[in-house]
Design a protein around this ligand. Structure first.
Ligand code: NAD
Length: 236
């Protein structure tokens, strides 16, 4: 039976790499993104359909749920990958930038997950896209709060939904994507120099970790965080 995967933020970047890998591994995909470029992305992948939705809007979350219900009936894999940054020093960070990041990265993921509870099949898997930055990062208090909150949500939900649904998180370090390329090149080079693996991560590095946690190979793994950072989290 074809496995159904819902990937948020699937228009580009890590979401696109995850979608490609899951499609290669035989999943039918529902790609969700507020950017309507997600329609083109879905067309490139033979087994994908697209829903243009802003996941911070309750009516859009309901629309995603209704689409999944009507088109596929159930879900095997949910990847909560959509995310944003609004970096600033905490002293000058606008409250709106703090709440916007928590709304998208944490609360929208929680709302979609709960909205799809009935559709998640027995034995299904939720993978939440956290970040190595959950451990702390200068100028990212909003992002750190959202991504560490997502780890707390992952652990709490894993207990609540075991043994029916597994819930895990992936915590990427610095990955080559539109989000990281938005940084000034000098800052980016400085960060790459501190990665023990000696290179920036590729979206495919993260996609492989997500696909593993989503698969039955990880059937005894729940409530965990898989860090994909080239060793950055253990470096001095
Ligand atoms: N790139 C990195 O270095 C890195 C590192 C660690 C974690 N992450 C996380 O990985 C995820 C993907 O990152 P990326 O680098 O591919 O980012 P990206 O900006 O390239 O892609 C994010 C996607 O999410 C979508 N999105 C944003 N807000 C949305 C909303 N409200 N509703 C629906 N879709 C929305 C965007 O339109 C975009 O297509 C994010 O959660 C990010 O925090 C990225």
């Amino acid at each position: 039976m074809t496995r159904i995967a819902v990937v948020t933020g699937g228009a580009r970047g890590l979401g696109l790499a995850i979608a490609r890998l899951l499609a290669d591994r035989g999943h039918a995909l529902v790609l969700v993104d507020r950017d309507d470029a997600v329609r083109d992305t879905a067309e490139q992948l033979r087994t994908a359909s697209a829903v243009v939705a802003d996941l911070t809007a309750d009516e859009d979350v309901r629309r995603v749920r209704d689409f999944v219900r009507e088109t596929h009936g159930s879900v095997d894999v949910l990847v909560n990958n959509a995310g944003i940054t609004r970096d600033a020093r905490l002293a000058t960070m606008a409250e709106a930038d703090f709440t916007a990041v928590v709304e998208v990265n944490l609360l929208a993921a929680m709302r979609l997950t709960f909205a799809l509870e009935a559709e998640l099949r027995d034995g299904s898997s939720v993978v939440n896209m956290s970040s190595r930055a959950a451990l702390g990062n200068f100028g990212q208090a909003n992002y750190v709060a959202s991504k560490s909150g997502l780890i707390g949500f992952t652990r709490g939900l894993a207990l609540r939904w075991s043994p029916r649904v597994r819930v895990n998180a992936v915590a990427p370090g610095l990955i080559d994507s539109p989000m990281s390329r938005a940084m000034p090149p000098r800052v980016l080079d400085g960060l790459v120099a501190r990665i023990p693996a000696g290179r920036i991560g590729e979206p495919e590095d993260v996609a492989k970790a997500v696909a593993f946690l989503a698969s039955d190979d990880a059937s005894y793994i729940t409530g965990q965080v898989l860090t994909v950072c080239g060793g950055r989290s253990i470096a001095p």
